[in-house]
Every structure is written in C-alpha cells, then in structure tokens.
Design a protein around this ligand. Structure first.
Ligand SMILES: Nc1ncnc2c1ncn2[C@@H]1O[C@H](COP(=O)(O)OP(=O)(O)OP(=O)(O)O)[C@@H](O)[C@H]1O
Ligand SMILES: [Mg+2]
Length: 263
C-alpha cells in the first residue's frame, strides 16, 4: 500500500503548497485523486515519485511509504527501478522526434533486459490503434494516440504501482472512455496499484474503488468511489450543474469536518 501521512511540501523554500496531506492508496486498486486547477495533485505526485527537486520543491514534513518502505529521501531512479513505482506526468510527455518503438525502448532504459522486445509486443496488445503506426514520429500522433503511448511507456518500466496525472486532459470524450477502459484492464490483468489524478471526476470514479478530493493543498474529502459519485457536493462541484464552485468547495470542507466530529 502507498501511504502518505501529514505531507507538507514547499517550492523555493517559501511557497507552501501541500499542507498536511494524508492518503492511502491500496496496491492492486485504483484510487482517484480529484481536485481543480492548482489544488496540489501534481505536487503530491512529484513528491511521491522523488522528482520535487527538479521543480525546486521539497518535503518539509510527513512520511511517504510504499509497502512500508520509506520513499522520502529515495532517488527518483530508485523509486522507479527498485520500488517499481512509475509516475506518468501530465501533458503527454513523449519524445516527439522518436518513433513509437523508440519511445517504448527509451522508457525501458531503467531496466534494459532480454525481456524488453517481448514486453513491447505485450504492451502494444492494449493499444490496437498504435500497432500500424510504429514507425511514425511520436510528435505526429493524435493526442489520444500520444496518451496511449505514454501509458505504454509507463508499462515498459515494469511497474507495480503507477501514478497517472490527468490522462484525460484535452482528449475527446470517446477517447477518454477508451483510455479509461484500458487503464482498468491494465489494473485487472497486471494487478497494478494506480493513483489516478483527474479533474474529470465522473470517468475517474467509475473505474476507481476509492477517491480523495483535494482543494488548496489539503484533502477535503475521501470516500468509496460509489459514495463520492452519490455525494451531492461532488455532483455539484465536479459532475455538472455547479454555479458557484467556491461555495461548493467550502461545503466539501464542512462535510469533512462533520464526518470528523461524527467519527
Ligand atoms: N515549481 C513550482 N514553483 C512554485 N509554485 C508551484 C510550482 N509548481 C506548482 N506550483 C504551485 O503549487 C500549487 C499546486 O499546483 P499543482 O500543479 O500541484 O496543482 P494541480 O492540482 O496539479 O493543478 P492542475 O489540475 O492545474 O494540474 C499551485 O498554486 C501552483 O501554482
Ligand atoms: Mg496537475
């Protein structure tokens, strides 16, 4: 299990962004991480995957563990290689001038072994549309094809846990459905744990088992995916019909407080 306890993150030593975030994401399950722009989803994923230093960020307090191994001070390469946790960053990060096969090979560079060519074949099984475009430069692929390639690249690192950062961003609704169908299939067939950051709450909660809602660097709500889908605050804020987002976020916070008092 991936465990985050009371995590505080700052950028440039002064810009405080995460204020005591706690979260558990089960292995072999999909956990949705919901929240609007700037709520801290990517920062949390950067902290988990060890790449905060690239952004001049640092963990000030708190603990991150994966299966009881502490990740806080671990190098990003070891988190991928030894802990087998892979972070697929937002914005479809492909090597534009490399073709698809070369991108998949590059993603496997942290583990190069005899199984890589076979794994390329098995990864492509998930993405039939990619199969006849293997020699095309990744920069010329459609947004949906690039996102599929990115998920394929993440799989080439042979992960047991994946952080997927807004895979639906900028994609047409049909392509979003397709990508999420593939993500669920990957989780089921490979028994991978997935933390899935999304603004598209409906599609994320449909394939997730549990969900967390972030606002302004804090977790303001968490529940089973089914309960969140039924929750009036979530429906207002994320599933359409919201006229006043600020009001709904503050109601989400009140909901959390109410739950704490009851607990
Ligand atoms: N390198 C950085 N330096 C300073 N502030 C940063 C940096 N990266 C992010 N921030 C700030 O941290 C806050 C959280 O940003 P973050 O990107 O983690 O949110 P997010 O939930 O992923 O948003 P989005 O949905 O837009 O991707 C924002 O206020 C953002 O401006
Ligand atoms: Mg983000």
């Amino acid at each position: 299990m991936l465990r985050i306890e009371n995590l505080t993150v700052v950028y440039f030593g002064v810009i405080s962004v995460l204020h005591g975030v706690s979260l558990n994401a089960e292995s072999e399950a999909i956990t949705a991480l919901l929240g609007g722009n700037g709520s801290g989803k990517s920062t949390l994923m950067r902290a988990i995957s060890g790449i905060l230093p690239i952004y001049e960020g640092e963990i000030q307090e708190g603990e991150i563990t994966l299966n009881d191994v502490r990740l806080n001070k671990m190098k990003a390469v070891d988190i991928t290689k030894k802990m087998r946790l892979t972070y697929l960053m937002e914005g479809r990060p492909v090597f534009e001038y490399l073709n698809m096969t070369e991108n998949l090979k590059a993603a496997a560079s942290c583990r190069w072994d005899a199984e890589v060519p076979r794994d390329i074949e098995s990864v492509l099984e998930y993405f039939p549309p990619l199969k006849d475009r293997l020699k095309m430069q990744a920069g010329y692929l459609s947004g949906g094809e690039q996102q599929m390639l990115c998920v394929g690249m993440a799989l080439m690192t042979n992960p047991k846990f994946m952080l997927l950062d807004e895979p639906s961003l900028g994609l047409a609704p049909m392509m979003v459905e397709e990508i999420f169908r593939i993500i669920r299939r990957i989780k089921d067939e490979r028994n991978i744990g997935i933390l899935l950051s999304e603004q598209n709450a409906m599609v994320a909660l449909k394939i997730a088992q549990h969900g967390y809602v972030m606002d302004n660097g804090r977790v303001v709500m968490d529940d089973t995916a089914q309960e969140l889908l039924n929750n009036a605050d979530i429906q207002e804020a994320y599933l359409g019909g919201s006229e006043d987002k600020e009001k709904n976020y503050s109601e989400a916070k009140r909901y959390k407080r109410r739950k704490r008092w009851l607990g």
